[in-house]
Design a protein around this ligand. Structure first.
Ligand code: ZN
Ligand code: MN
Length: 128
């Protein structure tokens, strides 16, 4: 197995995130990629996730379960979190585009964005 250079490792992380819609954590990304890239280190994965987030190529989701999750879909959308199984689904719905303006007068600073999480029970868990 040839050692992949850093840009190829970064591309592999980006490809993985763009191909799956389940918002994996850094640990899940690392465990998935190391099966085909045995030379990959956890540190490289964390470093590239930070860089890709700074470049705006992926989004970081915080405040879910204590660890950061990552999203390869960067278009504006909300998230639905199943409180039964922990699944994080995309919701292609802008909750309120004027929310930033409405909140502006209540904030000590300039608002750039907001993020909405919807909580509930997913259809699979409802069937159980
Ligand atoms: Zn569920
Ligand atoms: Mn998403």
């Amino acid at each position: 197995m040839a050692t992949l250079n850093y840009s190829k490792q970064r591309q592999a992380i980006l490809d993985l995130l763009q191909s799956r819609k389940d918002h994996p954590s850094a640990e899940v990304i690392y465990q998935t990629l190391r099966k085909s890239m045995p030379n990959l280190s956890a540190g490289t994965v964390y470093r590239n996730l930070k860089l890709l987030t700074e470049l705006g190529q992926i989004k970081k989701l915080t405040g879910l379960d204590g660890v950061d999750h990552f999203d390869g879909t960067t278009s504006p959308h909300s998230h639905f979190i199943c409180q039964c199984c922990g699944k994080v689904d995309d919701v292609f719905f802008e909750a309120d585009e004027s929310l930033n303006e409405k909140a502006a007068s209540h904030c000590n600073g300039k608002i750039q964005s907001h993020h909405v999480y919807f909580y509930g029970t997913c259809n699979e868990c409802l069937k159980k």
